[in-house]
Design a binder for this molecule. Structure first.
Ligand code: GLY
Length: 425
């Protein structure tokens, strides 16, 4: 058997902690290096630099990293995967050009139009006059989307024309980066996240999931990066997976390959289901967060071979493990999230967690994935970001998974802790 392969993970949120936990269980993975060590990752993963990716590439060569997994969208959009790949490192994550499927919503819409992927009607708007023209010709509600990456915050669903114009003005002011937006017709229905592991034109589906983007119960409050997730998505089934693979994932991969930007990584389609028809609201170039925390613990086996094969252009030689029991994931967020999260509050754990926030061992189906946490010099775990951690549970039935996740969340406490009480309802 070959030596276990040292692995680098770029990122340090809940998604990357979930990836790291999956990889550390693999007999094929060796030392795990991670570019941001939250309090949990600091206990098992080694530090890696990420101030610039050339330095990260040199570090990978020095440590003989055999697989680099880039988790978040920002480094992918900045070209981290290209820089590492150019140094001969096997990277699981798309190139900057392929990542444009997420980093420009207008680019994604054009790709969908060209390939016949069903998506709500839209118009590209450069200024207030373009927005006014759309509003005059269409009926609300409208969806206003900033063109660039905005950490889930640049999307507004507006019941009235005036609200849409205000949202557009915010985007044109540069608050969300790009001063370009798209106006989209609102498309109601059940939303689902459908993610596939992809390499060139090969792809394999992960289990479906659903995330909860608004801060408060009932879909109220501001948009966030995601306050919880369940997997599978309630009305998803194998036939929908087949349709999503054939009508969405494969056509998108084929278009990207033809355009000279073949995709390697997790391709995420944010889908709305309407009378059995699937329509794509967005593509992301990575695993969702917190969808990853709900999906990865469900996989009954090792994900290292599939990531490693994909990174070497051989995904068709490996298979993703199958999913087992349903899961529920509840995100615990800090006071002030999403506008102005407060950091530095001590986090305490009680049953079913150890005082370090690890499962106490009585139940193998609970997980605590850290995101905005850090280990203070005195060894205490403190908050260090908006979404602090995700508590995840698996059970035979979705309802039992949900109840177990909420019971497990009661074992975590910090000042100002916010969470939604309706995940999976
Ligand atoms: N949970 C939504 C996302 O990761 O974009």
């Amino acid at each position: 058997m070959p030596e276990p392969a040292p692995v680098l993970i770029v990122g340090g949120g809940g998604r990357e902690h979930a990836i790291a936990e999956s990889l550390r269980r693999s007999p094929e993975a060796g030392a795990i290096y991670i570019t941001r060590r939250n309090a949990a990752c600091a206990r098992f993963a080694l530090p890696a630099p990420a101030a610039n990716y050339s330095e990260t590439a040199a570090f990978c060569r020095e440590k003989k990293i055999q697989l680099a997994v880039v988790g978040p969208e920002a480094p992918l959009a900045e070209g981290a995967a290209d820089i590492l790949r150019a140094e001969g490192i096997a990277v699981f994550g798309p190139s900057q050009k392929a990542a444009k499927i997420e980093s420009s919503k207008i680019h994604a819409k054009q790709l969908m139009e060209e390939t016949g992927i069903k998506t709500p009607r839209y118009s590209r708007c450069e200024n207030a006059e373009d927005v006014a023209r759309w509003c005059a010709k269409n009926n609300p509600p409208f969806v206003v989307k900033a063109d660039g990456l905005a950490a889930g915050k640049g999307v507004f669903v507006c019941e009235k024309k005036e609200g849409a114009q205000k949202a557009a003005a915010k985007i044109f002011s540069g608050e969300f980066g790009a001063r370009l937006l798209l106006m989209e017709e609102y498309c109601g229905g059940e939303e689902a996240s459908f993610i596939a592991i992809a390499e060139g034109e090969s792809a394999q589906p992960l289990p479906s999931s659903r995330d909860y983007k608004r801060l408060r119960e009932g879909g109220e409050g501001p948009n966030t990066g995601g306050m919880g997730a369940i997997s599978p998505s309630p009305s998803w089934n194998d036939a929908l997976s087949e349709t999503a693979m054939n009508k969405i994932i494969r056509p998108a991969l084929s278009a990207l390959a033809k355009a000279g930007s073949p995709f390697c990584g997790f391709l995420y389609a944010g889908i709305v289901i309407n009378n059995g028809e699937l329509s794509v609201l967005e593509f992301n170039c990575r695993l969702g967060d917190p969808e990853a925390q709900a999906i990865l613990p469900r996989l009954n086996g090792d994900i290292f071979p599939a990531l490693f094969c994909a990174a070497r252009g051989e995904l068709n030689k490996c298979e993703l493990p199958k999913a087992q029991k349903p899961s529920a994931c509840v995100v615990l967020a800090s006071e002030g999230y999403p506008e102005s999260p407060v950091a530095g509050d001590e986090i305490t754990f009680s049953k079913p967690w150890t005082e370090k926030g690890e499962p106490s061992g009585d139940d193998n189906d609970i997980f605590c994935f850290h995101a905005g946490t850090k280990l203070r010099d005195d060894g205490k775990t403190v908050t260090d970001g908006g979404r602090v951690m995700s508590v995840v549970a698996l059970a035979e039935k979705a309802e039992a998974a949900r109840e177990k996740a909420y019971r497990a969340a009661e074992g975590v406490s910090f000042r100002g802790m916010q969470f939604r009480r309706d995940i999976g309802e």
